[in-house]
Unconditional design. Sequence first.
Length: 100
Amino acid sequence: MRTNLLLDRTERKIIAVTEQDVEPILERNHLLRSMPQPPRRRGDWGRHVATIPNVILVRWLNEEYARGNVQLRMFTTEFDALVARKLSDPDWKFLRTDKP
């Protein structure tokens, strides 16, 4: 992941642009989805369900901040709930590794 800072002199703002090559991650997700997985069991807490590029995690965090949820922090219980909601959304199904 790489972040570049841009200076907008007319608006007197500094703009952070974050980039990441996500293609290898998405290709691996696709490969893992094609592999059979053992059936789910109760207490299956260590099951791999998704690989999410860092740039997408930052995007989700920024979207929440834009909605006014500025108390949210990464890697908290609240952020885990946000990630679970996003992974349930069909728009983000390509991040999942456990469902074809």
